[in-house]
Design a protein around this ligand. Structure first.
Ligand SMILES: Nc1ncnc2c1ncn2[C@@H]1O[C@H](COP(=O)(O)OP(=O)(O)O)[C@@H](O)[C@H]1O
Ligand SMILES: [Mg+2]
Length: 244
């Protein structure tokens, strides 16, 4: 699962391209859109026509397979962008998901994917909490700004605190969109030292540069980046450290 405290940290672009990298490594990958507050998959993959949306699965968590849109290089499950999620989702729906979460986990295992990635909404929300139960690896993205850094610590101190002692979850950090400008590296290196000291259980910490050419491609809706794109090169490393 890919999560962050603040929006715009790159979760979605990381999710797409991590999915692509794993697929290129020969893995069978399912990418689930878990940002019900701001669905974007349908906009980025306009040729695909999902007939069922994850929103409805949360109400009645069964037959996940029927929600899958098969595609190359990876399969996807979409969230609905047609309905404001407030109209659809009630706490009751999430409670049913949480009650059934172990069944959901079993169901995901029967689907025969090597890797399942969940691209979440920022902040603390039910789906993130449910995803923690499902996930083996938790990837936290943050941007080089103070609010993102404080938010990142809030997630680890409050949301993930209960899962940390078990040691069953692998945590990875991506500091994304770091400009190539003197001053940034110094602060990011300080952050890395603080992170390693305060959260010694974290498996890996990565930095992805801010890449204007990649940003332009994404703006042109080329969301699956080339192998030699600077973001892709970093995601290759990250895929290796996840080593799933
Ligand atoms: N490393 C990067 N370099 C340049 N632009 C980036 C980078 N990572 C993300 N972006 C841009 O930041 C914006 C937000 O990314 P997105 O993946 O939608 O974030 P989130 O899903 O966390 O809200 C996108 O427009 C994307 O093009
Ligand atoms: Mg997103």
């Amino acid at each position: 699962m890919i999560h962050s405290y603040k929006g715009g940290s790159g979760k979605t672009i990381i999710s797409y391209n991590l999915a692509r990298v794993f697929a290129e490594h020969g893995k069978k990958v399912l990418l689930i859109e878990g940002d019900l507050d701001g669905p974007v998959f349908a906009n980025n993959f306009r040729t695909l026509n999902p007939s069922k949306f994850i929103n409805f699965y949360l109400k009645e968590p069964k037959n996940l397979e029927t929600y899958i849109v098969r595609n190359n290089p990876f399969d996807m499950i979409f969230a609905s962008s047609e309905f404001a999620h407030q109209n659809l989702m009630r706490n009751r729906d999430y409670e049913s998901l949480l009650q059934n979460i172990l069944d959901v986990k079993k169901e995901i295992h029967t689907l025969d994917y090597d890797i399942v990635i969940i691209d979440l909404s920022p902040g603390v929300n039910y789906l993130a909490i449910a995803s923690v139960v499902l996930a083996d690896h938790i990837v936290l993205a943050l941007r080089p700004d103070q609010n993102s850094f404080e938010g990142f610590k809030i997630l680890l101190d409050r949301v993930y605190a209960n899962t940390i002692p078990s040691g069953e979850k692998n945590f990875h950090v991506i500091i994304n969109q770091v400009p190539d400008l003197s001053g940034f590296d110094e602060i990011i290196n300080e952050w890395k030292i603080i992170i390693k000291y305060e959260y010694p259980f974290l498996q890996s910490i990565h930095k992805i540069p801010f890449s204007p050419p990649s940003s332009l491609k994404i703006l042109q809706n080329e969301v699956l980046l080339d192998d030699d794109d600077p973001i892709s090169e970093k995601l290759e490393e990250i895929a290796k450290s996840i080593n799933a």
